[in-house]
Design a binder for this molecule. Structure first.
Ligand SMILES: O=C(O)CCC(=O)C(=O)O
Ligand SMILES: [Fe+2]
Length: 239
């Protein structure tokens, strides 16, 4: 049996933070008004068509002009929400860290290669807005093992976690668990226009595939890299 997560709408910040802490994620339904969602969907359809129907991702806000995604990282209410979640879950003052933005458009023959790659994010809080989700065939659920690790005290320990996860054997084990419908892997059925907030740093997660002739597009903002100042991280990234 699949561990399908019930979609509950969180109403206030305290409740959202409590759910992220307890369940690893929270959902705010109908976050994006239909007209704004519609123009972002059209933007994605055109970008995929221009790319020959194939997978693409856009990093940063440049190139997203004309859609709500361009100004999303500067939205005062959204920033206040992320800061409040951070402060409630860590007990520390929220830093004014910039968001790391990615728009993913899964489609075509690279859709499978960009799916079922189980990982931890480098950033503590992940905000995800589904733009287009296939209604038929494979629907591309978000798969999550909520809060599967703690915040690591150093980048070195975080790096060990990443090595233990990002290798063919671990990926094979997790994919086999997913195929068996393991209860520890929750399925979030995504609805365009909702806002999903989850502990990306602490939770092993990935996306299911979608059919090559469909489009599965998600917009992400990542908040606070806890190891941003690590000397080891900078050394490794330089190579
Ligand atoms: O597209 C998704 O559903 C998840 C993507 C993700 O986890 C990431 O980009 O870090
Ligand atoms: Fe991620």
């Amino acid at each position: 049996m699949l561990a399908t997560a019930p979609l509950q709408t969180a109403t206030d910040t305290a409740e959202i933070a409590r759910r992220i802490d307890a369940d690893g994620y929270a959902v705010i339904e109908g976050y994006i008004p239909p007209a704004e969602l519609g123009s972002a969907q059209e933007f994605v359809r055109q970008a995929v068509a221009r790319n020959g129907g194939n997978y693409l991702s856009i990093r940063g806000a440049n190139g997203l002009e004309g859609t709500f995604l361009h100004s999303w990282p500067e939205d005062a209410d959204f920033i206040a929400l992320c800061h409040a979640i951070y402060e409630r879950t860590t007990g520390k003052v929220a830093p004014d860290a910039p968001f790391y933005q990615v728009l993913r458009c899964l489609s075509g023959r690279l859709a499978a290669a960009n799916s079922l790659n189980f990982h931890y994010d480098s950033y503590l809080l992940t905000a995800l807005i589904p733009i287009i989700i296939p209604e038929r065939g494979k629907t591309g659920d978000l798969l999550i093992m909520p809060n599967s690790r703690k915040l690591r005290s150093s980048y070195a320990l975080n790096f060990i976690d990443k090595i233990l996860l990002d290798n063919p054997l671990s990926q094979k084990v997790l994919r086999a668990r997913y195929e068996r419908g393991h209860r520890g892997i929750r399925h979030l059925k995504l609805t365009p226009g909702n806002l999903y907030l989850f502990n990306g740093y602490r939770s092993i997660h990935t996306n299911e595939a979608c059919d090559p002739d469909a489009i599965r597009s998600t917009a992400l903002l990542h908040y606070v890299d806890p190891h941003a100042d690590s000397a080891l991280k900078h050394l490794l990234r330089r190579q």
